[in-house]
Write a protein that binds this ligand. Structure first.
Ligand SMILES: [Zn+2]
Length: 140
């Protein structure tokens, strides 16, 4: 009896882990939070002029990627937090690796990663916003 309950518990854990993995994978690939198939963005992150443009609806299930006007304005806080984290991490690494170099070295080693990560930073901020604050239904 005890083995059976343990087995049930572990299979539920595996299901939950599988569901979390699917959600994480969908987030990583910027897919629709409901069906996890349709693309959220019109182009890839490498398209410098349109990397941040969302599709209006999911092409697979029709989910509206704009739940309400101005929904993504709060995502700028995520963008800011990630930007500050990049700034702090690369600043600290520069200090450690180059043994407190001149100021211009900090400019180069902090601003280049910050600028290069901007498309992904902006896109994943929207993804996080939609997955955690969008009305995507129960059990998603
Ligand atoms: Zn969808």
């Amino acid at each position: 009896m005890k083995d059976l309950s343990q087995e049930i518990r572990s299979s539920n854990t595996h299901e939950a882990l599988g569901k979390d993995n699917k959600k994480l994978n969908a987030m990583l690939h910027c897919k629709c939070p409901v069906c996890k198939e349709g693309d959220m963005f019109k182009t890839s992150a490498l398209n410098m002029s349109k990397f941040n443009e969302l599709n209006k609806n999911c092409k697979e299930c029709g989910f509206d990627f704009m739940p309400e006007p101005g929904f993504y304005q709060i995502s700028m806080f995520f963008t800011y937090m990630v930007g500050v984290a990049i700034f702090v991490v690369f600043g600290f690494l520069t200090y450690l690796v180059f043994n407190d170099p001149p100021l211009w070295v900090y400019y180069v080693t902090i601003f280049i990663p910050t600028i290069l990560s901007t498309p992904w930073n902006l896109r994943y901020s929207k993804v996080v916003m939609l997955y955690f604050f969008g009305d995507i239904g129960e059990g998603q």
